[in-house]
Design a protein around this ligand. Structure first.
Ligand code: NZQ
Ligand code: ZN
Length: 388
């Protein structure tokens, strides 16, 4: 049965080859000072930076820059960004990049007019946003996180060995996001497939929970089928517009809050992956890929019916003459083979994890209770052990 919920998604999307023109519609809505936030320089190499600057100038904006947002943005960088946004008296934060840049922009947005320490307030105490925010807009260049249409923001504290996400409320969602699939063509294959698996994981985190008959599960099966189909094409031909545009659109729907409505959700793969990243700083989607199979095989017997449904409806397993557990296992086998085929990293050793940090990773893993099995520290240790 669908649980009770409210649903609102305030982000306006501009999608397609001309999506960047949407900036001309959006920029006049905000004051003069724009803080342009971006990463390590990919947007300068592929020309997106120049295009954005031209549009900002044509709209007579005062441009302030905050560059160098790293993948898995850190709390130190966040504190620097807060000062930059203050100094710029920013009226709008324009994030041009992937999930890291969009997440960072949201974290700056909610912290600028706030006297508390941003890390403690939002990522340790998980407090609500009570101060004025600076509006954020995104131009997305890396597909996967869904940050373009949600309130999520994930920050890493290397000193404390924690990588933590906070989901801010509606008012912190990007006011608008520009989604041009062609902007993702220059992504290295490693990043592209990492993003593809991030999308798959977002869907599975929301799919593998509950035993009710829920419309969201049917939507997610459709999203997964389309994702697998398009990923197979994109891996062979990264500039296939049809495939890349479908992947971009699926990413947005995978984590813009819709499919979670009325459902319980799991999110343990993300908690495990974030603990791995807190120690290794590895690429987000790869950390998820590396822990997924050990985790799903660990919890399979607690949610066998759903895993069997997944095998049949997503991976086309023929159920005839097989037990539920056989069907479920066959689905995971096919999924695992597919993950290897598209080039995902399937163990945490390759991501830099060693046995010496096992205890630390166990401690850094937050426990969520919405999945088929509520994990304890021993369960987490067993899954991480199996991920080496
Ligand atoms: O920094 P630059 O030079 O731009 O290079 C980036 C970066 O090295 C590069 N890149 C991005 N667009 C490119 C490109 N290279 C060539 N051509 C392009 N068009 O890709 C690298 C990775 O970028 P990043 O933004 O880090 O990737 P992603 O989008 O996967 O974001 C990862 C962050 O998002 C968080 C993750 O934990 C991680 O910190 N997440 C955010 C979520 C949310 N807001 O809801 C949910 C997710 O589960 C996730 O946790
Ligand atoms: Zn993710």
């Amino acid at each position: 049965m669908l649980g009770n919920f409210t649903y609102c998604n305030p982000t306006k999307l501009y999608f397609g080859q001309n999506a960047l023109d949407g900036l001309n519609e959006e920029l006049p809505k905000y004051g003069k000072n724009v803080l342009l936030v971006y990463g390590g320089g990919s947007i300068k190499k592929n020309g997106i930076y120049d295009k954005v600057i031209d549009i900002l100038k044509a709209n007579k904006k005062e441009i302030y820059e905050d560059a160098g947002v790293m993948p898995n943005p850190t709390v130190d960088k966040l504190n620097e960004g807060i000062e930059r946004a203050k100094a710029a008296k920013a009226d709008l934060i324009l994030a041009v990049g992937g999930g890291s840049v969009c997440d960072y922009a949201k974290a700056v947005s909610v912290s600028v007019n706030c006297n508390d320490d941003a890390w403690d307030k939002y990522f340790i105490r998980f407090e609500d946003v009570t101060c004025d925010i600076i509006p954020v807009g995104c131009v997305l260049t890396m597909v996967g996180t869904g940050s373009e249409m949600n309130g999520g923001s994930v920050i890493t504290n290397h000193e404390q060995k924690l990588k933590i996400g906070h989901v801010f409320g509606e008012k912190v969602f990007p006011k608008f996001s520009v989604l041009n699939p062609e902007f993702t063509y220059t992504l290295p294959k490693y990043q592209m497939v990492s993003g593809i698996y991030d999308i798959m994981s977002h869907i599975l985190e929301q799919y593998f929970s509950g035993t009710d008959d829920n419309t969201s599960d049917y939507i997610m099966e459709g999203l997964l089928r389309s994702l697998i189909h398009s990923a197979n094409i994109a891996v062979e031909k990264p500039t296939d517009y049809e495939a890349r545009s479908n992947i971009m659109w699926i990413a947005t729907w995978a984590l813009n809050t819709l499919v979670a409505k009325g459902k319980t959700t799991d999110w343990m793969v993300h908690m495990l992956g974030q603990a791995v990243a807190a120690y290794t700083d590895a690429t987000h989607g790869m950390t998820l890929a590396a822990v997924s199979m050990p985790y799903y095989r660990y919890i399979l017997s607690y949610g066998t019916a759903k895993f069997a449904r997944y095998a049949v409806n997503v991976w086309n397993v023929n159920p005839e003459g097989k037990t539920e557990i056989q069907i479920a296992n066959e689905g995971l086998d096919i999924m695992e083979a597919w993950m290897k085929k598209i080039g995902l990293i399937m163990n945490i050793t390759e991501l830099g994890a060693t046995k010496a940090i096992l205890d630390g990773m166990v401690k850094s893993t937050l426990i969520m209770d919405g999945g088929y099995k509520v994990m304890d520290a021993d369960d987490i240790r067993a899954v991480l052990q199996a991920s080496f």
